[in-house]
Design a protein around this ligand. Structure first.
Ligand code: NI
Length: 175
């Protein structure tokens, strides 16, 4: 297993639309495992392949307290949605930023699991929010897209500034 680099907003690669997985091979499973490791290390609860610069339709989640109940969704599709809910969302690609986003309250999802077996799942509350947030990533969308242009530009500027700071630190350390 290895850790992957998480793309940071506003990296243009976060805008790519992911392609369906045609076959769940060992390398797809390996990527799922690496994504889970990367997500756990970053203390996240969800990660889409897009965020680690792999543009296939796969996402991983783990909402359990002990972080020992990994879920893998390959080619996920929302086949039913009902109601609305507002929840404070954050994202490993937009660290430190949280904002309310309106999502469907309950959804029914169809996907393939890590073994390539088809399953359907009814989700509500946080699980429903996470699945919708991660599927957005696969479509090249980030949660800040739901905010006002002003708020989005503020976040963008902050992220770019943070990045310059990190790069400067890296240079200083390598001198
Ligand atoms: Ni995210």
């Amino acid at each position: 297993m290895s850790q992957l680099t998480i793309l940071q907003y506003p990296d243009p690669r976060l805008r790519r639309v992911a392609k369906p997985v045609t076959e769940v091979t060992d390398s797809v499973r390996q990527l799922a495992d690496d994504m889970l490791e990367t997500m756990y290390e970053a203390r996240g609860i969800g990660l889409a392949a897009t965020q680690v610069d792999h543009h296939i339709r796969m996402l991983v989640l783990d909402l359990s307290e002990q972080q020992d109940q990994p879920l893998v969704f390959i080619n996920p599709e929302i086949i039913d949605r009902e109601g609305t809910q507002n929840c404070d969302e954050g994202c490993l690609s937009v660290p430190g930023e949280y904002a309310q986003v309106e999502r469907a309250e309950t959804i029914r999802v169809r996907a393939l699991d890590r073994d390539g077996e088809r399953f359907e799942l009814d989700a509500d509350e946080l699980l429903a929010v996470c699945i919708q947030h991660e599927i957005d990533h696969l479509d090249g969308k980030v949660f800040v897209d739901y905010l006002s242009p002003l708020k989005r530009r503020m976040i963008e500027r902050k992220m770019k500034k943070q990045r310059r700071h990190q790069q400067r630190e890296a240079v200083e350390q390598s001198l």
